[in-house]
Design a protein around this ligand. Structure first.
Ligand code: NAP
Length: 155
């Protein structure tokens, strides 16, 4: 099954200048709890924004250029794998758009801010048949810039 995990601001922004536009340690811990032990799929630009493979997870990158340093798969190969196991799609904007018809479960964190000059956005999930099954408001801790809301949807 295909599962999305992302954090966006109040207008759906997820990225700016090739990176996350906030520092939210509590959301990174939440992301880790969801994905640990699983298989994560990301676009090449998101891969470039990371320091390397995230520990304890199988990392698959989507790119149109073959490469030796990381496992690369096509859209169809990922869909075939998702028929056998859970696949966590972790971004970025291009890859969320690619799988928007296939996603069955979604973890969204709303970061309580509006980022100026953001350049990457999550797809609009209104009217796509998602139902919220969990929501939790979390105040910013010492290592967070903003308050946040953890949401969990199924389709
Ligand atoms: N807030 C969040 O939750 C979150 C999560 C993840 C990322 N982000 C942010 O999002 C931004 C990056 O997103 P992005 O949309 O610019 O890029 P992206 O989705 O991470 O990667 C785009 C790349 O994926 C590859 N690709 C796309 N479609 C493909 C297909 N059909 N087949 C094979 N490869 C394909 C291409 O790689 P090649 O060019 O190598 O061919 C393309 O350049 C960054 O700012 C990042 O920090 C935010």
């Amino acid at each position: 099954m295909i599962i999305f995990v992302y954090a966006c601001d109040l207008k759906g922004a997820i990225g700016k200048d090739g990176d996350l536009p906030w520092r939210q340690s509590t959301d990174l811990q939440h992301f880790k709890r969801i994905t640990l032990g699983g298989t994560i799929v990301m676009g090449r630009k998101t891969w470039d924004s990371l320091p390397g493979k995230l520990p304890g997870r199988r990392s698959i990158v989507m790119s149109r250029t073959p490469r030796e340093d990381i496992e690369v798969m096509s859209y169809q190969e990922i869909k075939d794998l998702a028929a056998e196991q859970d696949i966590y799609i972790i971004g970025g904007g291009e890859i969320y758009r690619l799988f928007i018809e296939d996603v069955k479960e979604l973890y969204r964190t709303i970061i309580q801010t509006e980022i100026q000059d953001a350049d990457t956005f999550a797809p609009d999930i209104e009217d796509l048949g998602f139902h919220i099954i969990g929501e939790r408001v979390v105040e910013a801790g010492d290592k967070d810039q903003y308050n946040m809301v953890f949401q969990h949807f199924i389709r």
